[in-house]
Design a protein around this ligand. Structure first.
Ligand SMILES: Cc1cc2nc3c(=O)[nH]c(=O)nc-3n(C[C@H](O)[C@H](O)[C@H](O)COP(=O)(O)O)c2cc1C
Length: 211
């Protein structure tokens, strides 16, 4: 993490604007981080209106050398460029992730495809983590019945893997799954997890500033 302004990128992937539990918990997380960190930069990327999907023309444009790209190629890659630079700039990324059909929402997968540009031909199937650049991901996972870590839950494993691939050194999961069983208790526990994570972030930031 930099000792200057901390940059927080928030990604929402619930299709719901109102009554969204993952958005509420992301609000709490960002407010808590804002209170703990000195004047952080906050960028909010809401995926509810969708993200473009990769296609053959996009793939060809992506594989070509940057300097040789036509205006059309550059236009095809513009959203991917914009989303990738938000990730590159971020010190902390907060993901609000409702479980959809036992996995992540399609809009979030589309965002990942846009961001993992170098893996377009599958050749870069290695992590991109830069030990010299600290990047922390906080993933808030919500569901009605599917429990985090259960055999039918495929969001956690994928998010942990792909976030390392994207370059996150630290990944914290906030478990707000199984809301249909005990919403109050699960939200209370999730808020405690968020508190603990934000306190750790604040301590880390203080010690980085002291170095
Ligand atoms: C398309 C769709 C698929 C869903 N699939 C699951 C599921 O597989 N397991 C589950 O427990 N809940 C499932 N849910 C419920 C959501 O995970 C749950 O309502 C979650 O809290 C939604 O997040 P939000 O409140 O931020 O919108 C699904 C909801 C939608 C809209």
């Amino acid at each position: 993490m930099t000792t200057n302004t901390v940059s927080i990128l928030r990604i929402d992937s619930s299709m719901r604007q109102h009554g969204s539990v993952s958005r509420d918990l992301a609000n709490v997380t960002v407010a808590r981080l804002r209170a703990e960190l000195a004047d952080p930069e906050i960028v909010w990327r809401d995926l509810k209106s969708g993200v473009g999907h990769v296609n053959s023309a996009w793939r060809d444009a992506s594989l070509g050398a940057a300097a040789a790209r036509s205006a059309e190629d550059r236009a095809l890659l513009a959203q991917s460029d914009a989303l990738s630079s938000e990730v590159d700039r971020a010190d902390i990324i907060v993901f609000a992730v409702p479980i959809y059909n036992f996995s992540i929402p399609a809009a979030l997968k589309a965002w990942i495809d846009m961001v993992c540009r170098n893996n377009v031909d599958g050749a870069t199937a290695i992590g991109k983590t830069d030990a010299h650049r600290y990047k922390h991901a906080i993933v808030i996972l919500t569901s009605n019945h599917t429990r985090a870590g259960a055999d039918d839950e495929f969001a956690t494993g994928f998010m942990r893997f792909i976030l390392r691939f994207i370059g996150c050194n630290d990944i914290d999961m906030v478990d707000a799954t199984g809301l249909a069983n005990d919403k109050e208790g699960i939200l209370r526990a999730a808020n405690c997890q968020i508190d603990a994570i934000c306190q750790t972030v604040a301590r880390r930031n203080l010690s980085a500033a002291a170095e």
